[in-house]
Design a protein around this ligand. Structure first.
Ligand SMILES: Nc1ncnc2c1ncn2[C@@H]1O[C@H](COP(=O)(O)OP(=O)(O)OP(=O)(O)O)[C@@H](O)[C@H]1O
Ligand SMILES: [Mg+2]
Length: 352
């Protein structure tokens, strides 16, 4: 298959292991995100793929060519890889045009210039071609860096936190533009981020890495969000409501009624996690299976509100939860409030 194939890559710096048997495939035209905490080895993996770090175990294949295995390794410039690293440093002494032309040393001058201008056109930077990097905003520099990475028509693009230097507004805009440029060029893109929302937005598939340099889960964004394989993956997307309990006759008693315990035996200690968007508030007679609650606080976040509430009655009286609702929450209008769960946002794991 056309694309990037990493098979069984393990890596250690001295005696410290960093990557443990990582395998992944990025088909041409797709974008795979590596999502993981600081220090888990994301940059190391990209550097190995690019040939900037010597591969120790496993192999890297691009299209049908093995570019690195323990016996032989192609130098970076022969791998047809474009990369953009955390700081996307442009050459400060070169103009925008010369920065983009830099990687085109295999073409004659006129052809290189033509290709560079074409790429600057794709990222909307033609009119800045003669400027130097210090005369550009962060977002503009980022676009030039992308043009530079794509100009030599790489088969694989590696992006290491490419948007980390940009503010929220610019970040959203530039990542959308970047995605559309990448999709037009049919390259295989492997991108690193530690922002789960960014991974959800950009990726065809996500690989979640843990602190131990292993892959915890791979899947499409919807799988990672709706079917997180373990508590760590579930918690990536922000704060969670938590109910700990012991399974009794295949069930778990909770503030929101009896829940079926999946894949657990009687007496097992399980933990149920509920996303803040997985609780539903209503005011009415509660006949749809709700639990009566008292509101403790409500904070408008912009497009949604975070509301804390407390269970009003029963053995779990006083238990607190938080719920995200997609609008402003007006305390004065409501009367008795009821809470129930949306099963799509409820996850159950063994207690560690
Ligand atoms: N050249 C090196 N020599 C020794 N140790 C290194 C070297 N490069 C990285 N490390 C260590 O290897 C581990 C993984 O580093 P790496 O840069 O791959 O992490 P990362 O996942 O990219 O983190 P971040 O999200 O902070 O960028 C870290 O503990 C780091 O300190
Ligand atoms: Mg890194």
């Amino acid at each position: 298959m056309q694309g990037l194939h990493i098979v069984g890559v393990s890596h250690a710096y001295g005696s410290t292991p960093v990557l443990d048997n990582i395998s992944l495939t990025v088909p041409a035209g797709e974008l795979v995100c590596l999502l993981g905490p600081s220090g888990c080895g994301k940059t190391t993996l990209l550097r190995i793929a690019a040939g900037l770090e010597r591969l120790q175990a496993g192999s890297v294949t691009i299209d049908e060519t093995v570019v690195a295995d323990p016996k032989s390794q192609l130098p970076p410039e022969d791998r047809r890889i474009g990369y953009m690293f955390q700081d996307f440093a442009l050459f400060p002494h070169l103009s925008v045009l010369d920065n983009v032309t830099f990687g085109l040393f295999r073409r004659n001058k006129a052809a290189a210039r033509e290709r560079a201008m074409e790429m600057l056109g794709q990222v909307g930077m033609v009119r800045h071609a003669d400027k130097h990097p210090h005369m550009l905003s962060g977002g503009q520099q980022q676009r030039v860096a992308l043009a530079r990475a794509l100009a030599p028509e790489p088969r694989v693009v590696l992006l290491d936190e490419p948007f980390s230097g940009l503010d929220t507004d610019m970040r959203a805009r530039i990542r959308e533009e970047t995605l559309s440029v990448l999709k037009q060029t049919n390259v295989a893109t492997l991108m690193v981020t530690h922002d789960p929302e960014e991974a959800m937005f950009m990726a065809d598939r996500i690989k979640v890495m843990g602190e131990n340099g292993r892959v915890l889960q791979s899947g499409r964004p919807a799988d990672i969000y709706y079917k997180p394989a373990n508590e760590y993956v579930a918690r990536l997307f922000g704060p969670m409501n938590m109910i700990d309990g012991i399974v009794d006759q295949g069930e778990l008693k909770s503030s929101f009624g009896v829940m079926a315990a999946k894949d657990a035996a009687d007496g097992d200690a399980v933990r149920v996690l509920i996303r803040p968007e997985g609780l539903i508030l209503s005011n009415g007679d509660g006949r749809d299976g709700g639990t009566p609650v008292d509101i403790l606080s409500a904070h408008l976040l912009g497009d949604s509100s975070m509301v804390r509430f407390q269970v009003r009655e029963g053995v779990n009286r006083g238990e607190e939860f938080q719920v995200r609702i997609p609008s402003a929450f007006d305390l004065t209008e409501k009367g008795q409030i009821w809470a129930r769960v949306d099963p799509r946002h409820v996850f159950q794991y063994p207690q560690e």
